[in-house]
Ligand binder design. Structure first.
Ligand code: FES
Length: 198
């Protein structure tokens, strides 16, 4: 046997080192237990939130039932001051915002013209420089003096309405918005649709 044969050592395959994860990298049993508790806690909390949400909405509903929302409606009749407060030729917008009424003073007396568009109910604007009332919603136009309220352009199917106008006992102009006079029914000739004053 040669010397080379005596010293040769068998070639062995390198063994694969098994890398074991250190124990401390895994969540300790206590942490996993805590996580489980948190999940239970989460669902428990969600349940309570749903419960209190239900109680809250039920309470709001009950309160709204006990205190229904009241819409402010201006009174149907109102006093519009004294005749001498107006100047001839004036279209007063003093009561337009609160009552949707124009008070018109011409040489013979007063009209109360409804500021409700006869198309779909928007509030027209009085354009003094163009002597007309113009609705901002769909462009209807109503004439100014001397045919106050007659429709002449846009989709409005009929003139603006006049409202009952009289003098109250104390001498003030009294408007009743519940009583309307329609031009197309020839009601503008009704004496209550016009307050005759010299
Ligand atoms: Fe006035 Fe339509 S509501 S034009």
């Amino acid at each position: 046997m040669s010397q080379n044969q005596e010293t040769a050592t068998p070639v062995t395959k390198p063994t694969q080192e098994v890398v074991r994860k250190p124990k401390q990298d895994r969540p300790p049993d206590d942490d996993r237990g805590t996580w489980k508790m948190s999940r239970r806690g989460f669902f428990s909390m969600a349940g309570w939130m749903a419960f209190f949400g239900f109680i809250f909405t039920s309470t709001i509903g009950a309160l709204r039932f006990m205190f229904p929302r009241v819409l402010y409606e201006p009174p149907s009749t109102f006093k519009a001051g004294y005749p001498q407060d107006y100047v001839i030729g004036e279209v007063s917008e003093k009561y337009k915002d609160d009552f949707r009424v124009w008070i018109i003073r011409d040489v013979n007396g007063f009209y109360a013209l409804s500021a409700i568009c006869t198309h779909l109910g928007c509030t027209p604007r009085y354009l003094a420089s163009e002597n007309k009332f113009k609705c901002p919603c769909h462009g209807s136009g109503f004439r100014g003096a001397p045919e106050f309220g007659i429709n002449f352009e846009g989709p409005a199917p009929r003139p603006l309405e006049r409202l009952k106008i009289t003098l109250a006992d104390d001498g003030q102009i009294l408007i009743d918005r519940n009583i309307k006079f329609l031009f197309e029914k020839d009601e503008w000739t009704n004496p209550e649709s016009f307050l005759k004053l010299g």
